[in-house]
Write a protein that binds this ligand. Structure first.
Ligand code: ADP
Ligand code: ADP
Ligand code: ZN
Length: 216
């Protein structure tokens, strides 16, 4: 299965992608996780990206296109992949199509996870992350032990860009630059809407129902 998980910040893309990756045994490719790993490691790419991320702006297209081109060619993508957080602009979507044509791994489906803005703000402000990529929520999805990642035992932290001012900016950037891709993928016949407002397990079940109907 070659999947794009689409949706606004806080829709639950990362949460669902982790579960889907296990269930279908395909890699979860999160451009946000890749960028944050670069920031942590202090790479040149990370230092450049951080300036944009801290302001809630998008990192330039050419940077992301390079990352995704390299990542999709790794052998673990041969049986499929889940893209989370990419594409976010029209040039990114067009570049993706070219790359996927070149490597013969065209998309099967774009799952658009829908959640109203008011709920997104509550999700993002209560989000707690682990450096392993796992995300939790203080109220809706808390770890077994407070402040500690269930998956790896790491210490949970709040993302700098989950502060309220930055969250508002990210939602604006989403509406202006990313949301138009819904129409782009709908016209290609690839879009399936998912109601993202239920519990994590309910959303997961909805997605699996859709994906199972696509599997050969
Ligand atoms: P995204 O990757 O789309 O930005 P996340 O998966 O990180 O979103 O989820 C954002 C926050 O909302 C996290 O704190 C997560 O635990 C929480 N969350 C995810 N899915 C749900 C859900 N169905 N109901 C309530 N909270 C959720
Ligand atoms: P979200 O919770 O909004 O899904 P991500 O972890 O996907 O957050 O992204 C965090 C930040 O990383 C974004 O606000 C942006 O600065 C940068 N970023 C991630 N993916 C992309 C992308 N495809 N294009 C541009 N910037 C990106
Ligand atoms: Zn962890």
């Amino acid at each position: 299965m070659n999947i794009v998980l689409f949706g606004p910040p806080g829709a639950g893309k990362g949460t669902q992608a982790k579960e889907l990756a296990k269930h279908y045994n395909i890699p979860h490719i999160s451009t946000g996780d890749i960028l944050r790993a670069n920031v942590r490691e202090g790479t040149t790419l990370g230092m450049k990206a951080k300036e944009y991320m801290d302001k809630g702006e998008l990192v330039p297209d050419e940077v992301l296109i390079g990352i995704i081109r390299d990542r999709l060619q790794m052998p673990d993508c041969n049986n499929g992949y889940i893209l989370d957080g990419y594409p976010r602009t029209l040039p990114q979507a067009e570049a993706l199509e070219t790359i996927l044509e070149e490597i013969g791994k065209l998309l099967d489906v774009v799952l658009n996870i829908e959640v109203p803005d008011a709920e997104l703000i509550g999700r993002l402000s209560g989000r707690r992350m682990c450096s392993c990529g796992e995300s939790y929520h203080l109220m809706f999805n808390h770890p077994l032990k407070e402040g500690t990642c269930d998956a790896c035992g790491g210490k949970l932290y709040q993302r700098d860009d989950d502060r309220e001012e930055v969250v508002r900016q990210r939602l604006e950037v989403y509406a202006a630059k990313t949301k138009p891709l819904i129409d782009y993928y709908d016209k290609k016949g690839l879009l399936v809407n998912i109601d993202g407002t239920g519990a994590v397990e309910d959303v997961f079940r909805q997605i699996c129902n859709v994906l199972d109907s696509y599997r050969k």
